[in-house]
Design a protein around this ligand. Structure first.
Ligand code: 3HC
Length: 317
């Protein structure tokens, strides 16, 4: 690197160390820009793909109140995706490019959304555990060093809290309901517990991005720290439901002040991340189908915008 480039990097790091917010037009290392495009676009893809497992139950909710809650939640997720795509666009990537990366399988999205939603209790468990895990991660991201990302998180976290609460309320109803309902809730917890822990990413010592992300204050806490925080908060919630967390090694460690927990199946994690999970193919097919079927809407919107623009030009002329 030239002397000038070195001092630019040093000045940039000094800004980060002072806790300053980096804005799109500020000088930033190319790697800082690239890792944000990677993380923010994949975060946006997760929001959009995350609509699919829950959308699967909108027509089958047990009553109108649950339908309204689920509709509102799924609609929120679409909005979260749009905020995040907009934040990523400030770094120079186009929306079409991001969509192409998702539709061709080049881009990742959260592994958790590659598991099927087999019962109504799964919808409660997703709100309780998946949105609960997302909140732990996203509250931390409200203090991330890139301004547009941090600001998008503020509103997203407010809405996630509603998502988590409506999910936990569903689980309270089921776990305090008939024996069959409690069994359905336990089955959903059994299937979603470990994949929810995987949402926080690989162990810190196997994460290629964490070291730089911590140095640049993209991450204020590491994957393992957030995972531990999630477990410590969630176990008492499971106990209140009277449900058993499917981990025989789980136990409170007074000395650590945290729960000790069993080994995560990282082979399963990487298989799902690599596209071999239970629903990866179905999710990508659904996103590609929606993209193709939505082409007429995009064409109409573009035609309208061009017509409007040409009208304005003729007015000015
Ligand atoms: N699913 C899929 N890929 C994952 C993953 C997961 N659960 N966890 C990690 N990965 C990928 C990473 O993207 C990275 O691959 P890449 O370099 O090709 O992008 C690789 O595995 C190594 O992981 P790292 O820990 O080194 O990667 P990061 O530093 O990016 O940390 C992360 C991973 C913690 C997920 C981080 O990217 C992050 O905080 N992202 C923003 C939050 C987010 O995306 N949450 C997803 C859920 S959103 C959601 O739940 C919506 C809610 O409304 C329900």
């Amino acid at each position: 690197m030239t002397q000038k480039e070195i001092s630019l990097e040093e000045q940039f790091q000094a800004r980060i160390d002072r806790g300053e917010s980096i804005e799109p037009k500020d000088w930033m290392p190319e790697k800082y820009r690239k890792t944000h495009i990677r993380q923010i676009s994949q975060h946006a893809h997760s929001e959009v793909v995350g609509m699919l497992p829950e959308g699967n139950w909108i027509t089958r909710t047990p009553n109108l109140r649950r339908k309204v809650g689920l509709l509102a939640k799924v609609q929120d997720e679409a909005g979260h995706g749009l905020y995040l795509y907009s934040a990523a666009e400030t770094l120079g990537i186009s929306r079409d490019e991001m969509f192409e990366q998702l539709h061709t399988g080049k881009a990742k999205y959260s592994s958790i959304f590659n598991y099927p939603t087999l019962s109504w209790a799964d919808i409660g468990t997703i709100g309780w555990l998946v949105d609960g895990a997302a909140i732990i991660n996203q509250v931390m991201l409200t203090r991330t060093s890139f301004g547009p990302y941090a600001r998008a998180m503020v509103r997203i976290c407010k809405e996630e809290s509603f998502h988590q609460r409506q999910g936990y309320e569903i689980m309270i109803g089921l776990s305090h309901g008939t024996p069959e309902q409690k069994e359905m809730a336990q089955d959903a917890l059994n299937r979603f517990w470990w994949p929810s822990l995987m949402m926080f990413g690989p162990k810190d010592d196997e994460s290629p991005n964490t070291e730089m992300s911590v140095k640049w204050k993209i991450k204020r806490k590491t994957n393992d720290e957030l995972r531990q925080q999630f477990i410590d908060i969630t176990i008492p919630q499971a106990e209140y439901l009277g449900l058993t967390v499917p981990d025989p090694d789980l136990k409170w460690n007074e000395e650590r002040g945290h729960y000790d927990f069993g080994a995560i199946d990282w082979d399963e994690f990487w298989q799902v991340v690599k596209g071999n999970g239970p629903c990866n193919k179905e999710r990508l097919a659904a996103r590609n189908k929606a993209w193709d079927e939505g082409a007429w809407v995009r064409d109409a919107a573009l035609a309208h915008a061009e017509k409007k623009a040409s009208k304005n030009v003729s007015k000015v002329a």
